[in-house]
Ligand binder design. Structure first.
Ligand SMILES: C[S@@+](CC[C@H](N)C(=O)[O-])C[C@H]1O[C@@H](n2cnc3c(N)ncnc32)[C@H](O)[C@@H]1O
Length: 275
């Protein structure tokens, strides 16, 4: 949901205090503007505490990084809209621990939002490429200057065999509504010997449909690891979803459909080769 310009002005005003678990606006707003600020803060989980000692919107989680992401993006992840919610700091921390990015590693973030994962990957001296379908968020990513390349478009339309080099690391928190498809597609961009880390909905661990069953088999066959995240792990991003962290290390002898695996597949043209 787009943050109205006047609400953005209030929240980025130097007098506004965003700290710990609260947001306080210690200056007068006219009634209509107050209602708009209040609506946004409540929509992302804040509760007005009017006691003299507080006089702030109080959140059930640390709110600083989340608000920074929202104000950078100029939008907030409304409960009523699916799609963008930044990876919360604790989950980012876990993913980076697993990723062990070394200087010069190439890193792909294929649904990059406004860079909650891409930014720390770049800070760890990874060479980061981002894909983001939303033009506003792609613009923000470019402005941040953290990526070697920002591709604005549908990641699922990108051809893994069209890239010059596959990636050492893939870090992703894809749209949960289509997470398996995104992860399967991302594997095509992964180097043999590389590592993919994905935050995914917990439903991938039990969903009975064919796509989920085949996905679980692929993970098991390739000794992937699924770590359950705390039930409230995504609450700091305004998302009430249970999530897991997937780690896949691409063994060249495994069956993951990595970039190398795609290249090893016989060309379709061979089907028409003379017998
Ligand atoms: C759950 S958010 C995560 C954002 C970011 N990964 C982060 O950790 O903060 C998913 C992001 O994927 C983007 N997205 C959704 N479908 C996409 C697609 N097909 N190709 C590229 N980006 C997509 C959305 O616009 C949104 O910014």
């Amino acid at each position: 949901m787009q943050i109205p310009a006047d609400v953005l002005d209030v929240l980025t005003d130097p007098r506004t205090i965003i700290s710990g678990d609260r947001v306080a606006v210690p200056f007068e707003l006219d009634r209509a503007l107050y209602e708009r600020v209040n609506r946004m803060l409540k929509d992302v989980g804040g509760r007005w505490d009017g006691r003299k000692s507080a006089r702030a919107h109080v959140f059930p989680f640390p709110v600083e990084q989340f608000m920074r992401d929202c104000l950078t993006a100029g939008e907030w992840p409304s409960r009523f809209e699916q799609g963008w919610y930044p990876t919360p700091p604790n989950v980012v921390f876990d993913m980076l621990e697993h990723a062990s990015i070394r200087v010069g590693h190439t890193v792909l973030e294929p649904s990059a939002g406004v860079g909650s994962l891409a930014r720390p990957a770049a800070e760890q001296m990874g060479i980061v490429d981002c894909v983001e379908i939303d033009p506003r968020r792609a613009h923000v990513l470019r402005e941040l200057g953290i990526a070697r390349q920002v591709i604005q478009g549908d990641f699922l339309d990108l051809d893994p065999l069209a890239i010059p080099e596959p990636y050492d690391r893939i870090l992703m928190n894809p749209p949960f509504s289509n997470a398996i498809t995104h992860v399967m597609h991302a594997l095509g961009f992964l180097k043999d010997g590389g590592t993919l880390l994905a935050a995914m909905p917990e439903s991938v661990t039990w969903h009975p449909d064919r796509q989920a069953r085949e996905f679980r088999k692929l993970i098991t066959d390739n000794e992937g690891e699924i770590v359950k995240l705390p039930d409230d792990a995504f609450k700091p991003s305004g998302a009430d979803v249970r999530a897991v962290l997937l780690r896949l290390d691409a063994d060249p002898d495994g069956t993951l459909p990595t970039h190398g695996w795609h290249r090893r597949q016989p060309l379709q043209l061979d089907l028409f080769a003379a017998v």
